[in-house]
Ligand binder design. Structure first.
Ligand code: SF4
Length: 477
């Protein structure tokens, strides 16, 4: 698993000071927030987007409540159509399966369409170690690959942190071509380079937006058409996806697609939707001779039946990060692993261990922008709060924070002491503020006040105000 070692706070400092990244991040708001609002508005002219969200949430809950049954049904139907289904407990097993398949079928080159699971497994490194060339064909992923195998910073726009100038430089340097600055010219250049890889690769590797149990097939949603080429030209197609991606029927798929594309890119439908199952038949002019599904657990089954199960409802639309003020400020790389934004702040600790992502559940203002837009109604702020509680219960929070909370709890149980302490604290904070309305450094919590200002206290405490109101009320009655 590729995980950055630098502490979250250090990464945040670095990202906040990165002027170019800050400019690039403004695109998130411009590109996604407005188009989502417009798509929702359009849908509401003819139907009810909130009812669609309810339907989507119900489908995801129905699947997750009986996941084993739907997975078995998927396996039966997929194998009946000639595909193979393999199971992987973790990223290591994903890599082993893919490398074994590649060796069995004499594969020296694989074209990849975007797959977050292959990022979880760090598959490209494993393929490279096995002497197999892996070529990313999603434009964003391709840019990151030629930039030196950078990690994606957004789940649907992986190269979101790069601007046009950076891409133009990268293409000219990598392709040894004159520098181009128009998006159509750059896209054409990428297309020309990638076509050659599509026609010469023996294996196509994709993720899967959804697996349909009743048909044993995978649904792929893209805007570039690269998944179509990766799944039809090479003779072997490998789908790598999480076990939670199942939907029972094609009708359920239609409901979730309506939600996914609007929430992701504001489109009523994406440019390409492919539903693929089985293998090439005798009369088919194209299609793979072998199709394998690798269904990955990687700590997901541990969430089933727990209070964190709703996180498995996620359909990876990215709406939560597109609307998150924290993501807007620090970008995706600051989150340190595959998944950024509010969904990453929950998934990363759940999939890699709470103790390995201590700061992520705190990386939220709990403003509920994410919960408001999540198409399958995942209560993201509630889950973040629950993770914070788990951290505290396991004694994972820093000593200073725990000591402060203990002191506060002790005082809160003793109203007289509490009143005295708040009176002293108010005077001390007023002295620190020195007439300003903000305090920019608190010695008792230096880390906390490094990134935020603390409001200067009001002249009178709430208790003083309440007592004086009570006195006025008594005199009046
Ligand atoms: S948590 Fe909700 S909003 Fe965020 S990516 Fe998943 S489905 Fe989309």
């Amino acid at each position: 698993m590729r995980q950055q070692s630098m502490f979250f706070s250090a990464r945040v400092d670095e990202k906040l000071a990165d002027v170019r990244l800050q400019a690039n991040l403004r695109k998130v708001k411009d590109n996604f927030v407005h188009v989502f609002a417009a798509a929702k508005h359009d849908y509401n002219q003819e139907a009810d987007f909130e009812a669609l969200r309810d339907a989507g949430a119900a489908i995801r809950k129905r699947v997750l409540d009986n996941l084993d049954i739907w997975l078995e049904l998927f396996e039966q139907n997929a194998t009946a159509r000639g595909a193979s289904v393999l199971w992987a407990r973790n990223g290591r097993e994903v890599c082993e399966h893919v490398v074994n398949i590649a060796r069995q079928h004499g594969v020296s080159k694989a074209v990849k369409s975007k797959s977050m699971l292959s990022e979880e497994a760090d598959l490209n490194a494993a393929l490279s170690a096995a002497g197999i060339q892996a070529v990313e064909t999603d434009l964003g992923e391709y840019i990151l690959q030629i930039a030196g195998n950078e990690a994606p910073s957004h789940i649907i726009a992986p190269a979101m942190h790069k601007n046009l100038d950076e891409v133009a430089d990268l293409f000219a340097k990598t392709h040894h071509t004159p520098r181009k600055t128009g998006i159509p010219e750059l896209a054409r250049e990428a297309r020309e380079v990638l076509r050659e890889h599509f026609t010469s690769a023996q294996m196509g590797i994709t993720g899967g937006n959804f697996l349909i149990a009743e048909s044993g097939s995978v649904a792929l949603v893209t805007n570039e058409g690269n998944a179509r080429l990766a799944t039809t030209l090479p003779r072997v197609h490998v789908v790598i996806t999480g076990i939670e991606k199942i939907v029972p029927t094609l009708e359920d798929l239609a409901t979730l697609l309506r939600l996914l594309t609007r929430s992701a890119t504001g489109q009523s439908i994406s440019n390409y939707v492919s539903v693929l199952g089985g293998t090439r038949e005798r009369a088919d002019p194209e299609g793979p001779q072998h199709r394998m599904f690798i269904l990955v657990d990687n700590a997901r089954s541990g969430l089933l039946g727990s209070d964190m199960q709703p996180m498995l409802h996620c359909i990876r639309c990215a709406a939560c990060m597109n609307h998150c003020p924290v993501y807007h400020s620090i970008g995706g790389h600051a989150y340190g692993w595959v998944y950024p934004g509010p969904m990453g702040s929950i998934l990363t600790p759940m999939l890699t261990g709470l103790e390995n992502a201590l700061e992520l559940p705190q990386a939220s203002t709990l403003c509920n922008q994410c919960g408001d837009v999540c198409p399958v109604r995942i209560p993201l702020p509630e889950l973040l709060r629950m993770l914070r509680e788990k951290q505290t219960a396991r004694g994972l929070r820093p000593f200073r924070e725990r000591a402060l909370l203990k002191a506060w709890a002790w005082l809160a149980e003793r109203p007289g002491c509490y009143a005295l302490a708040t009176r002293f604290a108010r005077r001390y904070l007023a002295w620190l503020a020195g007439g300003r309305d903000r305090i920019d450094h608190l010695a008792v919590v230096p880390g906390w006040s490094k990134g935020r200002d603390f409001p200067a206290p009001q002249v009178r405490t709430f208790r003083d105000l309440y007592a004086s109101q009570q006195r006025t009320h008594c005199r009046g009655s």
